[in-house]
Design a protein around this ligand. Structure first.
Ligand code: ATP
Ligand code: MG
Length: 189
């Protein structure tokens, strides 16, 4: 099983491609898109509520084969720690694959329970052209997966919305609609 964690504030097409390409390349039965409930490293930057971010992720992957939104970190009601999440997903006959962008891998040395993480999952580093990253320290099981470069980020989406610029094509249409209906990201920054 694959696990793609993130803040998803909001979800965008880079996340969709990362999830489907990882599932396909590694022949995973399914990939869980785990929405951080309390992303403790981004507390000052998270804009939408966990419920809104989860609803948009659910909408984005609705009808996408083998990809599911997961509320496991939201339901836990504690700071989101990857090792805790992986432990909760452990099951007999289940190999866990932790899917991470190269930027996220570069940040891993700041993670809590990093040693526990190493024992729990194979890290899948999704690398856009020119990117390369390896987890800090020895003993990791790592796969490197080249993915198309889609220069979109949640930060850029939020900036566009705050400025009244369009986001069509950068997020799935159903997410454009969900953001509008929920009145997200348009307020003052
Ligand atoms: P922010 O702009 O707030 O940093 P983000 O767009 O990076 O947001 P996150 O929720 O931080 O989104 O990312 C979740 C995961 O998706 C991370 O592993 C990140 O590396 C990866 N990711 C983010 N953007 C892309 C993209 N354009 N293509 C592929 N993977 C991406
Ligand atoms: Mg990021």
């Amino acid at each position: 099983m694959g696990v793609l964690g993130g803040t998803f504030d909001p979800v965008h097409i880079g996340h969709v491609v990362a999830a489907v390409d990882a599932r396909s390349a590694l022949k995973l039965d399914r990939v869980l898109v785990v929405v951080a409930g309390d992303p403790w490293q981004k507390r000052d930057r998270v804009v939408a509520s966990a419920a809104d971010r989860l609803a948009l992720v659910e909408a984005a992957f609705d009808g996408v084969d083998g990809i599911e939104a997961s509320a496991i970190e939201i339901d836990r009601d504690a700071p989101s720690i990857t090792a805790d999440t992986l432990e909760a997903l452990l099951a007999p006959e289940r190999d866990l694959f932790l899917i991470l962008g190269a930027d996220a891998v570069a940040n891993m040395s700041t993670w809590k329970r990093l040693d526990a993480t190493r024992a729990l999952a194979t890290v899948v580093v999704i690398e856009r052209e020119g990117e390369h990253a390896v987890p800090p320290g020895d003993g990791w099981r790592v796969e490197h997966l080249p993915i198309p470069r889609l220069d979109v980020s949640s930060t850029d989406i939020r900036d566009r919305l705050a400025d009244g610029r369009p986001i069509d094509g950068l997020v799935p249409p159903v997410v454009v609609q969900g953001i509008r209906e929920r009145g997200l990201y348009t307020g003052d920054r």
